[in-house]
Design a protein around this ligand. Structure first.
Ligand code: ADP
Length: 268
């Protein structure tokens, strides 16, 4: 079945996502017009959930690839594999998405090897074509196909920057941690802990995120707050939950941990 004709997911099957701006409209317009979309933002702020939500809402199949520094173009496109004594071509997730007119989400795309950019270029301009050198195929992406990629601008070093020649082929949207009211609602919904008990955690997150000069690579993510709230909902004491879900994951530095504990003590 062509992905464009796929039934939309019933509302209860659509992953919960609370918009923080006009990102849903932007995604819908990008999809309708066959334009690729780049999501920029820190880890754990809701990018993946947003894509899952939108794919389900649009009734599109989603192929998600978590990119890493060993991921090559062949991993996305496919390769010949030996099966029962014969070689057989097996499509990679990107090829499958193009053939089916599905959505392909490349999470942390800057981590991938350089040859991935070469594959993405003809797919992200008006050609919308995937070249499969190994089989000699040139696949024209059908209307439902959409490429979504994400990266975390905060992490990038000089070697792992997204080149302007690639970046400028995408529509782009910046993501950040939601405002306190939205984040409270998200953490309460995801963890099952009531909003009144979530509120102090969100206050703490705000204070941690505004810390400067401390040796923290990133502020606490919404994901970690959901973990903490899940522990508290399960009966764990607040301080212990914050220790396990926030302080320990954030840093290995004992001095920084001590400073964070002091901050926690003055937040409640
Ligand atoms: P990212 O892809 O940015 O690393 P995720 O999409 O995995 O982050 O988000 C981490 C968790 O935070 C998700 O599992 C989801 O529960 C929650 N989350 C963050 N923002 C939102 C939001 N706006 N609406 C609903 N859930 C959200």
């Amino acid at each position: 079945m062509n992905a464009m004709t796929q039934a939309r997911a019933p509302v209860q099957d659509i992953p919960h996502y609370r918009p923080t701006g006009d990102e849903c409209t932007l995604f819908e317009m990008a999809h309708k017009n066959g334009l690729p979309l780049l999501l920029k933002g820190p880890t754990g702020c809701g990018k993946t959930r947003f894509v899952e939500h939108m794919a389900a809402r649009l009734g599109q199949r989603l192929y998600t690839v978590a990119c890493h520094d060993d991921l090559s173009a062949a991993d996305l496109i496919g390769r010949y594999l030996l099966r029962g004594g014969a070689t057989e071509w097996v499509d990679g997730p990107l090829t499958r998405a193009v053939r089916e007119g599905a959505i392909c989400y490349l999470d942390e795309v800057v981590e991938a090897r350089k040859d991935v950019a070469v594959v993405l270029h003809p797919l992200t301009d008006d050609r919308r074509t995937l070249m499969i050198d190994r089989t000699g195929e040139e696949l024209k992406a059908p209307p439902g196909f959409m490429l979504v990629a994400s990266y975390n601008p905060g992490y990038q070093n000089v070697l792992k920057r997204m080149k302007p020649s690639t970046r400028q082929r995408f529509l782009a949207a910046s993501f950040d941690f939601p405002d306190p009211e939205t984040e409270t609602a998200v953490v309460a919904t995801e963890s099952g802990l009531d909003a009144v008990r979530v509120a102090p955690m969100i206050r703490l997150a705000g204070r941690i995120r505004s810390l400067s000069g401390m040796d923290l690579e990133e502020g606490v993510s919404t994901r970690l707050l959901i973990y903490a709230a899940t522990l508290v909902a399960g009966g764990m004491g607040l301080d212990r939950a914050i220790e396990a879900a926030v302080i320990e994951p954030l840093t290995d530095d004992e001095d920084v941990r001590t400073a964070l504990r002091d901050l926690v003590a003055t937040t409640w």
